[in-house]
Design a binder for this molecule. Structure first.
Ligand code: OXD
Ligand code: MN
Length: 649
């Protein structure tokens, strides 16, 4: 029997339950006397008057607009966490996963399962601060712009009275270790307890952040799950308004406004919205980099350790690489982060990186004890699962877990809360686990180091079934910027795209640029300065397929062999040959020892002139269509040099 039942009755129960929470409740009269102001909410949990004037102001302005019935200032405590989890369970929104300690499963409205790139906007007075000038007749693909006037209209239309009868949760959070010079603080207001609980995992959230913030400014984040115009929620357990969903960013005032979706990428505003979109605009102003990159430590048998950053598009294996179990003896991987890196050159010219996040919001399908045993260990406690399937013996299930669950002995309830028919997807392809980074068994000892870890190499990569070699190194920094800007990859389920077409995804940042991509390229080029030790830059492709559609490289733990080659290259070993696309492995330089079915390395490292000439045509067309006159001169020069090298090859 599927767990939980949707009924309109629930929305009433939710409100009753909220009202029965054991808050230290002040009456509206009491709070009004305390602040000398008229407020639109009736009850408050937490010390409103202990907040800074800037925060109070933000809350009051937002509450005036949204008219929540209650205010709940989150302190991030264990007690608060338990209380909110209990609320979700009692209301039927979350189901405990008995096999794992303190872990829960939430199923969303099937119309709210992924990031909505088409409804995500950057707001600036001048359009071309946000997006490049595209060729006329071409659909822009590097972000959407909205004017301040239209943003105001969009907000008013959706947010006016949007929280009547609901609680507004106040979440003070730090992106980056609390107090680190590389960290930044935000305050998120949301009407979703699921979001409050998830933000506690994904960010450092609570009272200690307020202490560090003092009277300083912060990134303002306002989120509401919304209500459809009809007033009727298709699924009252997961209120949302897919038709009017909108995600807005205003870099000028460091504001994020998100309406209509509870799905992580749209609602956990510290992640994509702050750490990447607003983060990249702050980084540009302050001279650093906010990137869609994992950060990992890699140690060889000589005990030499290096840190790498790696930018792969969504759902291309960043989490798997960041937590890789090396197949070769004596190597060690330690994880600093699996999705986002904030990187800054220090006074000695070393590039230092912090992971601004506090947890992993990983794609579940495909994760198993073979592909990522470390992730499987990490999620065994304190985890919120979203849109995975559940098993009749109290566990979770998704595609890829077939060997871990006895499918004959257990009944599976799919992500839509129906008995699984063994034909459709048991879990949604973009279903997720949200789990604290600190409990990852291979978390790096320096993962919370306030000054960050030193980055020696950066990897770009994507899913390229054809033509692109296993690994190559960029010739120099400007060429590296071209390699990043030219990234392409097969589409995945993390956003609303359909099919398996090869999409351009420059720097794996296409959905996350906070400003005009042409200016972003210039910013990357400007990173190279006298006295700075620039990281070495590589491109990797684990996803090459043969004529029968079979992967040519074993991937996962065997990627150690590629990282080993990269490390040797960084250490100055003679392991590479020059080609027009960069430096590729010399024959025999990648260690294949112990591989049962040695792959065809000649094919995997080959540079096919015809393939790359076509690829270059595509890239030039893309720049021409999407950036037109905005394309920086440095990139035009790089493209010219690249074509010359290829034609001579
Ligand atoms: C993610 C994404 O959720 O990139 O990390 O979509
Ligand atoms: Mn991501």
């Amino acid at each position: 029997m599927p767990d939980g039942k949707y009924s309109v009755q629930h929305s009433v129960t939710i409100q009753e339950k909220r009202n029965s929470l054991k808050y230290k409740v002040l009456t509206s009269a009491e709070t009004n006397v305390l602040s000398g102001k008229t407020r639109s909410f009736e009850d408050i949990k937490g010390n409103f008057d202990g907040l800074s004037a800037k925060i109070r102001n933000f809350i009051e302005k937002s509450a005036d607009l949204c008219k929540p019935s209650q205010l709940y200032i989150c302190d991030g405590s264990e007690e608060e966490n338990t209380q909110l989890l209990q609320l979700l369970v009692e209301n039927g929104v979350a189901k405990p996963i008995d096999k794992y300690q303190n872990s829960y499963l939430v199923r969303t409205n099937p119309a709210d399962t992924a990031r909505v790139e088409s409804k995500t906007f950057i707001c600036t007075p001048d359009k071309y601060t946000s997006v490049p000038r595209t060729k006329s007749g071409v659909t822009p693909s590097l972000g959407n712009w909205i004017s301040p006037e239209d943003m105001e209209i969009a907000v008013k239309e959706r947010f006016t009275n949007c929280m009547v009868g609901r609680t507004m949760y106040v979440l003070p959070f730090s992106m980056g270790p609390v107090g680190s010079p590389l960290a930044k603080i935000g305050i998120q207001l949301t009407d979703s307890p699921y979001v409050a609980l998830s933000m506690r995992i994904m960010t450092r959230m609570g009272a200690e952040v307020l202490k560090v913030l003092g009277d300083d400014d912060f990134v303002r984040c306002l989120h509401c799950v919304g209500t459809p115009k009809s007033g009727v929620h298709e699924n009252p357990l997961w209120p949302c308004d897919p038709e009017r969903t909108i995600i807005l960013h205003k870099p000028e005032t460091n504001e994020i406004v998100s309406y209509g979706s509870g799905y992580g990428g749209n609602s956990l505003l510290g992640k994509k919205c702050f750490a990447l979109r607003i983060g990249s605009t702050i980084a540009k102003k302050e001279g650093w980099l906010a990137e869609h990159m994992l950060i990992m430590g890699f140690t060889n048998p000589k005990n030499e350790k290096m840190y790498l950053g790696a930018a792969f598009p969504s759902a291309c294996g960043k989490t798997n690489l960041a937590m890789m179990t090396p197949s070769l003896k004596g190597y060690k991987v330690e994880c600093v982060g699996d999705d986002i890196a904030w990187m800054r050159f220090d006074k000695d010219g070393i590039l230092k990186a912090v992971n601004p996040e506090n947890g992993f919001f990983g794609v579940a399908p495909g994760t198993n004890s073979k592909s990522n045993p470390i992730a499987m260990e990490t999620i065994k406690k304190n985890t919120i699962f979203t849109n995975v399937a559940s098993t009749s013996n109290g566990g979770v299930f998704w595609e890829g877990m077939e060997e871990e669950v006895d499918l004959k002995e257990t009944t599976i309830t799919d992500w839509k809360n129906k008995e699984w028919d063994h034909q459709s997807n048991a879990a949604h392809p973009n279903s997720r686990f949200c789990t604290p980074a600190a409990q990852c068994p291979i978390i790096d000892p320096s993962w919370e180091s306030p000054e960050g870890v030193p980055i020696s190499a950066i990897l770009f990569g994507g899913r390229r079934p054809e033509g692109v070699p296993l690994v190559y190194e960029a010739r120099d920094w400007k060429h590296a910027v071209l390699v990043g800007a030219s990234m392409r990859s097969e589409a995945t389920a993390a956003a609303e795209h359909k099919g398996k077409m090869i999409m351009h995804d420059p720097f794996a940042m296409r959905p996350f640029f906070g400003y005009n991509f042409a200016h972003y390229i210039e910013h990357w080029v400007s990173m190279e300065k006298e006295g700075r030790k620039m990281p070495r830059v590589f491109h990797v492709n684990w996803f090459r397929k043969d004529a029968n559609g079979k992967f040519m490289w074993p991937g996962f733990g065997e990627n150690t062999r590629v990282l080993d080659w990269i490390m040797r290259r960084c250490n100055g070993e003679d392991v590479a040959v020059e080609t027009p696309i960069g430096w590729v492995p010399k024959p025999g330089s990648i260690n294949l020892e112990g591989l049962e079915n040695p792959p065809n390395m000649e094919e995997l490292t080959k540079v096919d002139k015809e393939f790359f000439l076509k690829e270059l045509d595509q890239i030039e067309k893309y720049f021409d269509d999407q950036l037109t006159t905005d394309l920086p001169e440095t990139m035009k020069d790089e493209l010219k040099r690249y074509r010359e090298r290829l034609s001579k090859y």
